[in-house]
Design a binder for this molecule. Sequence first.
Ligand SMILES: NC(=O)c1ccc[n+]([C@@H]2O[C@H](COP(=O)([O-])OP(=O)(O)OC[C@H]3O[C@@H](n4cnc5c(N)ncnc54)[C@H](O)[C@@H]3O)[C@@H](O)[C@H]2O)c1
Ligand SMILES: O=C(O)C(=O)C[C@]1(C(=O)O)C=C[C@@H](O)C=C1
Length: 309
Amino acid sequence: MSFGTVAIIGLGLQGGSIGLAVQEHLPGTQTTGYDLSPAHRARAAERALVHRVCETPAEAVENADLVIFCVPPGVMGLAAEQVRDALPARALVSDVGSSKQAISKALGEALPDHMVIPAHPVAGTENSGPDAGFAHLFRNRWCIVTPAARTDLVKLSELVGFWEALGANVEIMTPEHHDLVLAVTSHVPHLIAYTIVGTASDLEDVTQGEVIKYSAGGFRDFTRIAASDPTMWRDVFLSNKEAVLTMLQRFTEDLTALQRAIRVGDGQALFDQFTRTRAIRRSIIEEGQDDSRPDFGRGDHEAGVDAAE
Ligand SMILES: NC(=O)c1ccc[n+]([C@@H]2O[C@H](COP(=O)([O-])OP(=O)(O)OC[C@H]3O[C@@H](n4cnc5c(N)ncnc54)[C@H](O)[C@@H]3O)[C@@H](O)[C@H]2O)c1
Ligand SMILES: O=C(O)C(=O)C[C@]1(C(=O)O)C=C[C@@H](O)C=C1
């Protein structure tokens, strides 16, 4: 069974993509949406990201069977408080936030009388805002659902069915394990990209022009990641602090070992490490998870940067 009405709070990359994907895959489901930014609401209406863009959060959720919060991690609790009085008791509450322990807590505290089942589609791009959404974002991507121990299994299977209908493969995990896994596969890699691009732009002996001119290879890939939304990523690091710091400690130790191998001329250590990591890349591609295909992040609509910029 699918949800009759889905309300989406936050009509950016994630909210817009969910709205478009629901309209494509679940034609019997009504979608409503709200965004704090009037400019984003106007653009969401122009792009028909949902059936009805509402002027208040209360109006968006008043008939909802499922509400999905698609706002930056740091304002999940606030956005949930804003719908508390209007949200029907039957409505299931979920989200798409990139960290799970802090967000689960914030949503649970803001909506204590509702069933909350947090989720995280591991699918995105460096673009944000209502121009960035596209219907096939979730196709063949993982969506991690992190239910609490007391979660209603019927509601859980409805949410799993919802994400599968949008094309995602669903995995169930505890919020704690989610935060540890994503710290190493997503959060620390973003921190590394933000750091290396910042380092390159601060150099005294290499000009900005040279950095831009010669960034055809590896550095260019880092600049894509480092162009990701500053608000969202500030909140991700602050909301997954412990796991990120744990993984950074491990990363620093491993980096120091490679640094030493370079200093002492231990070519074998470098070769062995690079051989191991090449095998990981190849197994990702074999699993069909390679997103370096040319159309990734686009679709019918050419993904753009934040419309509010
Ligand atoms: N970008 C990614 O690659 C990605 C991937 C998976 C999950 N996520 C998660 O999805 C969530 C949304 O990210 P996004 O990439 O769609 O960001 P986005 O910036 O594209 O969209 C967020 C939208 O929320 C709106 N907003 C902010 N505060 C609000 C409020 N209080 N009420 C209503 N609207 C509000 C903003 O105006 C914006 O339009 C984040 O929690 C993020 O961690 C992002
Ligand atoms: O492909 C990208 O641009 C992304 O950064 C997507 C990505 C990731 O790190 O894999 C970013 C944040 C998420 O919460 C999920 C997906």
